[in-house]
Design a protein around this ligand. Sequence first.
Ligand code: S3P
Length: 430
Amino acid sequence: MHDTRSVTVHPARNILGSVGVPGDKSISHRYAMLAAVAAGRSRFQNFSPGADCASTLGCVRALGCNVERDDQGAVVIDGLGPQLRSPDAPLGCGNSGSTMRMLSGIVAGQPFTTELIGDESLSRRPMRRIIEPLTRMGAQIHSTEGGCAPLRITGARLHGIEYLVPVASAQVKTSLLFAGLLAEGHTTVTEPMRTRDHGELALRAFGAKVDRVRNTLTIEGGQALHPLEAYIPGDISSAAFFLCAAAVFPESNLVIDGVSLNPTRSALLDVLTAMGGRISMVRVEEQYGELLGTITLVPGAAKPVTIARAQTALLIDELPVLAAIAPYTAGLEVRDAGELRVKESDRLSAVTQNLRAMGAQVEQTDDGWRIPGGQQLHGAEIESFGDHRIAMAFAIAALRAQGDTLIRNSECVAISYPSFFADLERLLER
Ligand code: S3P
């Protein structure tokens, strides 16, 4: 059976060559949102081409900002300053949790009511984690009984709060810092463990002062932002698919150009090293606190790996692909990853189901997996569950399976990486 939205992945003999990946999704969202509340013209090169960031741009436009691509393909946003315009229709966040949660922090500080809507998957994802603190800051927020979208946010003159975020979530932290920027007084956000720090770096890039003491961040409200011109580094969570593919081919040699090496995002490199690979980095540069460089991976003797606690939080988006290749490694145990159940799909179950379809032995726990190494998988029909990271993770698992694999609903890769299959094809030796 074949439909146009399915892709067949054939086994490969090796991964070889160099590739650049699209601009980082997390940084693109944050720069676009802050550009809206900065007065003047911002310009971003290598802005993420994915549908999620297009949702953010659509929302920024609906809030009154001119958004366009210039002749070099850069995204240009004419920001209005702290006060945006009331949109005439609900803001469509599509599949993007980042758009809904982080933009909520900005619209909570506006003197009008905004409705935020999402697709079926986003409408199932937990929003109380932002509703509760933003309500404490003075916004009025209406959601479904289960605390999900659609969200109707009546903004207000917010006041700063001190808040301990109960779950490790960069989206929640960033949402509250954005709200804090528009609030009176100071806002203090403490995270239970370190998460990606693009929110605080982006605020500083636009000229705001944000202080950090260990896991506590403080922002003073009422700071004016200036516009920003920046180049967005390649997304290491997209590069992760190619790096994991290379990790399981003993003769591979892979170079990734211009990729983000932000230390709160690059834990995958530590895991691949712990598995036995050798990684070298060259041409590391810094822009507005964000690091980028070129990395080379050469695989080595396989060693088993356990990922838990703080490392789980830092690797949250890379866990599906690490699990998908785990049968070909010396084995993997993942703990403390209950958050995977509330991503674009229930990624714990999606990975387990698909690994089993390929003949793998895998034990699923409440908050992770135990996956023995040294297994040979066979091709199968894989369900993406409309989740971009599941589709891409199993395209990688398929490369070392016996026989072909069909990835159903593979078009969802466009959420973060529209040219994924084409870029992968160029790295394969068959
Ligand atoms: C993101 C944070 C993570 C991650 C998501 C992007 C961000 O989500 O899974 O893909 O840009 O802040 P949580 O903050 O919900 O953990």
